[in-house]
Design a binder for this molecule. Structure first.
Ligand code: GLA
Length: 387
């Protein structure tokens, strides 16, 4: 892989003197969805698939970007002194946003750069290809300039750039999972305090299977921002009757006792999801620690139902993948993962059932939706590295 990347770099940018190869993972969230901007808990892990980058500092102020996933776009150029998001700049808005955010945090990027990327995360799949590019860019800048910035700060800068340069109001989960990834562990993160702990994922005789719906997200980002503001309004209504900072502060009982303060039935559903999903995530991690994987699976299933019925971010594609998965013997749990509205599901599947799972779910999906889903047996990997 490294040789191929360097060869392509030489072809596109001329020579490899001073060029280094880097990698940042993608992520999958096991449970705790749409809780990270509601002061709740999440439980994601980094994957061994992700984004490779070859980078080299330039003498001038020109940024030259090339993605092997979009060969047809060729080299895309920008000027360091003119960092603005532009529609026609496509994916390069992510690295540009991170360079811009470094400047705002007092870490001046003084020179241009040649940057070649290759991602083996399926595009637009909800496995955080954009957060992977953001963390990768920050990791590269730290290496090139020797900036004193921790991985956790790289995550926050990535999120800041996505919010303020790219206009997506995402929470911290994706960038955190990627920057802080640890092989064979998921990260139990409290987004209200940023306290976290690693929890080993030892699946004896089972695999993590990702089913990709191949439905592009499209309107996803605007719907995402809409869910956020529905939750913010519900929180403000609840705060009139109960002393809380976030929806994550509420137990199920406290929510039931105070929910009448929310003046709209749709917002009640949104807030109910945020509250119950947060509690479910804590219960799921406790179950995992007690080695009760069956219980963990049941909580994953309940998470999907809540995302389908209360949060309404699934859609026929994700529902078909999950509901068909539930019918397969040997499936411990299955749910949508990420923002929703397309993208992927995550399932825990016993080893002997993986082939049947792919066949059975794949067939029904193709019949019902009209195009195929893709299946990936994934492994949990580390955060960013220099190769
Ligand atoms: C996207 C966002 C995350 C998180 C999830 C939903 O992946 O980037 O911050 O909100 O959706 O859990």
């Amino acid at each position: 892989m490294k040789e191929q990347l360097l060869q392509k770099f030489a072809e596109v940018f001329g020579g490899t003197d001073g060029a280094k190869v880097y990698f940042a993972p993608g992520r999958v969230n096991l449970i705790g969805e749409h809780t990270d901007y509601n002061g709740g808990h999440v439980f994601p892990c980094a994957l061994t698939i992700g984004t490779y980058g070859v980078a080299r500092k330039r003498e001038d102020k020109v940024l030259r970007f090339y993605s092997m996933n979009f060969d047809q776009l060729g080299v895309i150029e920008s000027d360091l002194d003119d960092l603005k998001p532009a529609k026609e700049a496509g994916w390069t808005n992510y690295p540009k946003g991170v360079i811009w955010a470094f400047g705002l945090k007092g870490m001046d990027v003084t020179n241009g750069m040649d940057l070649l990327l290759f991602g083996n995360i399926p595009n637009g799949s909800g496995l955080s290809s954009s957060a992977s590019v953001e963390v990768l860019t920050g990791f590269i800048l730290r290496d090139i300039y020797g900036f004193e910035v921790s991985n956790q700060e790289l995550a926050l800068i990535g999120q800041y750039s996505e919010n303020n340069f790219n206009g997506v109001n995402c929470g911290i989960m994706d960038q955190f999972a990627i920057a802080m990834g640890k092989k064979d562990n998921a990260i139990f993160l409290d987004t209200a305090t940023m306290e976290y702990e690693y929890a080993p994922i030892v699946l004896e005789g089972a695999k993590v299977v990702i089913s990709c719906s191949n439905k592009k997200r499209g309107l996803g980002d605007s719907k995402y921002n809409e869910r956020r503001s529905e939750c913010e309004t519900a929180l403000a209504e609840l705060q009139k009757v109960v002393d809380i900072k976030t929806l994550g502060d509420l137990s199920e009982e406290a929510f039931e006792a105070n929910k009448d303060a929310i003046k709209d039935p749709v917002r009640v559903k949104r807030a109910r999801h945020a509250v119950y999903e947060n509690q479910r995530t804590m219960k799921a991690v406790a179950a995992l620690k007690a080695n009760d994987i069956e219980e963990f699976g049941k909580l994953m299933n309940a998470s999907h139902v809540s995302l389908r019925d209360d949060y309404e971010v699934t859609g026929i594609e994700l529902d078909t993948l999950v509901e068909e998965a539930w019918k397969v013997d040997g499936v411990i749990g299955s749910r949508m993962t990420g923002a929703g509205f397309g993208g992927c599901t995550v399932s825990l599947v016993k080893d002997e059932a993986v082939e049947t799972f792919k066949e059975q779910v794949g067939k029904v999906y193709l019949d019902k939706i009209g195009y195929a889903a893709d299946f990936y047996v994934v492994e949990i990997g580390d955060g960013p590295v220099i190769l």
